[in-house]
Design a protein around this ligand. Structure first.
Ligand SMILES: [Zn+2]
Length: 259
């Protein structure tokens, strides 16, 4: 990654914050000064606004109609004080003042994640009575929104695919993995569990964590811890018998992908 790309990550974050009307005045000014000259940010902002438009529309149609966007903004404000979220990988010391701003904003956006996932779930429920096409489109929006809400500076994403269109995106960041899954069937929580496995480039395989899938529409698993140096070559999800990860899996991959 070039220095230029790295410096633009801040604007990627600001674009999301701006769409949510969640920026501090200083950040807002910085983003508005940058926006006219940057096609990438203009595209990103248009996408965010479109996504939020879908969500707001779904919220209007919902019964009862909660002020979800207000809730997201409240979540941003609250998370700024919580400080319990993992910080992004540190940037160069020379950019220390900027780093503190990045950390604050990222913390706010991670805090937003839970709200957005709730909104996404509501969106899926709301479109249940509409056509199959609309349903799929809304699920795609919800999926992308959930992935986007997990991104932080320095995060890498890994696409995992399986049979019958099931898929997942793993967001790897600072020694942890979060998963957004779509089209993966719910497991029976009495006697089965899903397990995420990480294979290193040396070929050794370790269970990263076990989790339940409650809905094939959209499931988000947060903060699984990567062992060792976190260098991952392949990620695989299997469905196992029992309620804990076995030492080794003999089950087929549900979704898998290379980092
Ligand atoms: Zn830009």
């Amino acid at each position: 990654m070039t220095a230029r790309d790295a410096s633009h990550e801040l604007y990627d974050q600001l674009a999301a914050g701006h769409a949510l009307s969640a920026l501090e005045p200083e950040d807002e000014q910085a983003f508005l000064a940058h926006l006219p000259g940057c096609a990438r940010c203009q595209r990103a902002l248009a996408e965010h606004v479109e996504t939020l438009g879908h969500l707001a529309h779904a919220a209007e149609a919902a019964e009862p109609p909660p002020a979800l966007l207000e809730g997201i903004r409240a979540g941003v404000a609250a998370s700024g004080r919580a400080g319990a979220f993992p910080q992004p990988v540190s940037l160069e010391a020379a950019r220390a003042h900027r780093q503190s701003r990045t950390v604050r904003l990222t913390t706010a956006l991670v805090g937003v994640a839970a709200s957005l996932v709730l909104v996404a779930a509501l969106l899926i429920v709301n479109v249940g009575l509409q056509s199959r096409n609309d349903d799929l489109q809304a699920q795609e929006v919800a999926f992308r929104t959930a992935v986007q809400s997990l991104l932080a500076p320095g995060a890498r994403t890994v696409d995992l695919a399986g049979a019958d269109g099931s898929r997942a995106v793993a967001v790897v960041h600072d020694g942890t993995v979060s998963l957004v899954l779509r089209g993966v069937s719910a497991n029976d929580r009495a006697d089965s569990i899903y397990v995420l496995w990480a294979k290193s480039r040396f070929g050794d395989v370790r269970a990263v964590g076990a989790f339940d899938v409650r809905s094939a529409d959209l499931t988000v698993v947060n903060g699984l811890k990567l062992a060792g140096d976190g260098a991952v070559k392949t990620l695989v999800v299997t469905r196992e018998k029992g309620r804990t990860a076995p030492p080794l899996s003999t089950q087929p991959a549900v979704v898998a992908g290379d980092a």
